[in-house]
Design a protein around this ligand. Structure first.
Ligand code: WAQ
Ligand code: MG
Length: 251
């Protein structure tokens, strides 16, 4: 039986009281792994590059329904290393256009991410055909994807190492993006980190995950995620899938 472990950490005040988001994490682990998982999350929140969190919420619950989906990992395209942010963003924009995202939505996505006053805890949903924000989603919090993990952590880590990927950001992001991509109503994703020194971001579609360096300035603590959704999408079902459906990523 698997347990969902979720962590969210803020500084200054709790998230609900307007605290600054520091870190979040979500795992699906066996009972015997609970202790080490919770300890690692606490340590991470307390020693984060964004600053030490002082309002930390760690939630553990046993999965009750037997409805765990096993989903293949996205294929990872090797990192590209543009020298300038504008080139990196142009590269990401071209990829998104090739995935069927409209120019309106691409412009809206970059505009939202670059105008954030502070990082959100979750992702924004935009309509891929016109770039409008999905109004049902709280724009300050966003949607937090949860209840996902590697099907087998060791196999997954080896698979990443074979591709010369060996860091926690990519480790977690590929799991998250693979869950997101498996949602039928999500066409594509754009992301960059809110950790000041991590400048690699990605764009993903249904099958591939493209790593792109220099998507933001080094030193910036503002990151974010945008999910581009199809016009007819039922929002409640998407949010339910992203937050609740337990998913294991296989390689
Ligand atoms: N669900 C939805 N949105 C999230 C989640 C989540 N579980 N976790 C983070 N976000 C949003 C939130 O707005 C954060 O501010 C933003 O994404 C960035 O989160 O292959 O580290 O965890 O090397 O800082 C990309 C890896 C790393 C590229 C992304 O994101 C690579 C990263 P971070
Ligand atoms: Mg971060």
């Amino acid at each position: 039986m698997l347990y969902s472990v979720k962590m969210r950490a803020a500084q200054g005040a709790a998230h609900e009281q307007g605290g600054r988001h520091i870190s979040g994490a979500e795992r699906l682990v066996l009972e015997k792994e609970l202790g080490e998982t919770v300890t690692a999350m606490l340590k991470r929140a307390r020693s984060h590059e964004r600053g030490p969190a002082d309002f930390i919420n760690i939630k553990v619950h046993k999965l009750t329904a037997n409805n765990i989906a096993v989903i293949p990992a996205l294929q990872v395209v090797p990192l590209v290393n543009p020298t300038e942010i504008n080139i990196a963003r142009g590269y990401a924009a071209n990829l998104l256009a090739s995935f069927g995202v409209s120019q309106l939505a691409i412009n809206a996505a970059f505009s939202h991410l670059t105008n954030l006053a502070t990082s959100m805890r979750g992702a924004l949903l935009l309509y891929a055909h016109n770039g409008l924000i999905v109004p049902e989603i709280d724009q300050h919090r966003g949607v937090r994807v949860s209840n996902m993990d590697a099907q087998n952590s060791q196999t997954y880590t080896s698979w990443l190492r074979e591709q010369a990927i060996d860091n926690i950001h990519a480790h977690e992001a590929i799991i998250l993006a693979s869950k997101v991509a498996a949602c039928p109503q999500i066409l594509a994703e754009l992301c960059w980190s809110d950790d000041p020194n991590y400048t690699i971001g990605y764009v993903a579609n249904k099958k591939t995950y493209h790593r792109i360096n220099s998507l933001k300035e080094a030193g910036s603590d503002i990151g974010g995620r945008i999910f581009f959704i199809t016009e007819q999408a039922a929002i409640a079902a998407i949010v339910d899938y992203l937050q609740e459906q337990p998913v294991l990523i296989g390689v």
